[in-house]
Design a protein around this ligand. Structure first.
Ligand code: SAJ
Length: 444
């Protein structure tokens, strides 16, 4: 099949790069977002997302004359739905008010309202021979049980008249533009013709292998990938707790264990954030709670990690009330500006809830603030007068932080490293007491 025009619904981390890449590869693309502000920002030549290379790509797409943005869909040969699938707020609030408000605080359910609304919005524009692709991460059977019945309201038959497929996005924030093109892409059709139509669409720019399957398998594959990572990070986090109990340095132990040819332990940290790994496993737990105790437990271990880290800080400082702490980093991981589900924010909230005076600094989003804490405009201002700092995100400027500079600004000499990245000898030489998560993180 040949596709000349494309309508992409949702101009977020996935939809915007996807729409722009299709436009720079020759398709006439209209990118749609229901958020008027995003449409306006893009029309003014700005980009609302920080991602390496994205601004250049979007500008090239606009310059090509083949990308337009709008707040409503239009007829096209193909439609891609790339809207968020958040988890609905917990049905039961957490019992202790100061506990991190992670998804494990209550029952987590997939919120498919954006997917439904996007599917409904294209119904009036559907024509015979169209292809619709869902890219949003979704619980198993969403394409077949939720999207197909909505599209049928057009009066067209899904399958014979309109092709429908699911294709998961697997790009890593920070490397989206490269991975979008180079990663292998799974395309699951509701029938073979739909999968084939999906391949013909993505072949416009995908250089990685394109593998065809059915829609529900494709949905399941995506959830498996992120669940695999979540469970493995939970294991690393549990190792970090055990290591402290036994007086072992978990970082050294992981390094040694990973010399085994079939072992690859991931990195412990303050928890798991981002909009994918901390969310997607719940889609499986929700769909089959009786069959997923391990996945649920891993989620709970990871959601408990901010609290565990704060327990260590509290113990090492001999209390938190009134103590001044600089929190370095708010993003969910290194070198991004994305704050969604960030464990660093959970740590800051918990420190503040236990009475600490917290000053935060996020170099990639300097205006970002957390309720109960003060947002500092620079690293130096965050450190000024602090008794201790806690490195929550291994952003480049923090990894390169000069102990002498920190010493000049701080009132105390206590460093907590929740990512295992600080050169400990240099910091100790500068007179700092260094507590590293999983290696004397304060629990001893
Ligand atoms: N993290 C650790 N320890 C590790 C690795 C990660 O604590 O060893 C933490 C990070 O700090 C972060 C979280 O886990 O808070 C997730 O970060 P990540 O880099 O593992 O993954 P994401 O969420 O940025 O992107 C993931 C990727 N999935 C997999 O690697 C299986 C990406 O390929 C997906 O496209 C993306 O989710 C998505 O959109 O689903």
């Amino acid at each position: 099949m040949e596709f000349r025009s494309l309508c992409v619904l949702g101009l977020g981390y996935i939809g915007l790069p996807t729409a722009s890449t299709f436009a720079t590869h020759g398709l006439e693309v209209v990118g749609v977002d229901v958020n008027r502000r995003i449409v306006d920002v893009l029309r003014n030549g700005e980009v609302h997302i920080q991602e390496p290379g994205l601004r250049t790509l979007v500008q090239a797409a606009f310059r090509s004359g083949r990308l337009r943005v709008s707040d409503r869909p239009e007829p096209a040969d193909a439609f891609i739905i790339a809207v968020p699938t958040p988890i609905a707020p917990p049905a039961v609030p957490s019992a202790t008010p100061s506990a991190p408000q992670g998804p494990s605080a209550g029952a987590a359910r997939a919120d498919l309202s954006y997917v439904r609304a996007a599917a409904e919005s294209i119904v009036p524009h559907l024509r015979q021979g169209n292809l619709v692709v869902l890219e949003s991460t979704s619980p198993p059977r969403t394409t077949v049980d939720v999207v197909a019945p909505i599209l049928e309201r057009s009066g067209l038959r899904i399958g014979p008249d309109v092709h429908l497929a699911y294709s998961p996005e697997r790009v890593l924030p920070g490397q989206i533009l490269r991975e979008l093109v180079e990663n292998a892409r799974v395309i699951g059709g509701i029938d073979d013709a739909s999968a084939g139509a999906g391949r013909d669409l993505y072949a416009a720019f995908v250089k990685g292998e394109i593998i065809l399957t059915d829609a529900t398998t494709a949905e399941f594959v995506k959830l498996m990938e992120n669940t695999f990572r979540d469970v493995n990070i939970a294991l690393a986090n549990e190792f970090s707790r055990l290591a402290e109990r036994f007086g072992v340095d978990v970082w050294e132990a992981i390094d040694l264990a990973n010399r085994h040819p079939r072992v690859s332990v991931l990195r412990p940290g303050p928890g798991v954030g981002g909009h994918c790994i901390s969310v997607d496993p719940w889609f499986l737990v929700e769909a089959a709670p009786d069959l997923s105790p391990l996945i649920r437990q891993a989620r709970q271990v990871n959601d408990g990690q901010p609290g565990w880290l704060v327990d260590g800080i509290e113990k090492a400082l001999g209390g938190l009330r009134g103590r001044t702490i600089a929190a370095l980093g708010l993003a969910y991981k290194q070198d991004v500006d994305d704050l969604r589900e960030s464990p660093a924010i959970a740590v800051v909230r918990e420190l503040a809830a236990r009475g600490a005076r917290v000053r935060t600094y996020e170099p990639n989003a300097p205006a970002a603030s957390v309720e109960g804490a003060e947002a500092a405009p620079s690293l130096e201002r965050a450190l000024d007068g602090a008794e201790a700092f806690v490195l929550l995100v291994d952003h480049r400027p923090f990894r390169a932080l000069d102990p002498a500079l920190a010493a000049r600004h701080m009132a105390g000499r206590i460093a907590f490293d929740a990512r295992g990245v600080l050169p400990r000898a240099a910091w100790r030489e500068a007179g700092f007491a260094v507590h590293v998560l999983g290696a004397g993180g304060g629990h001893a």
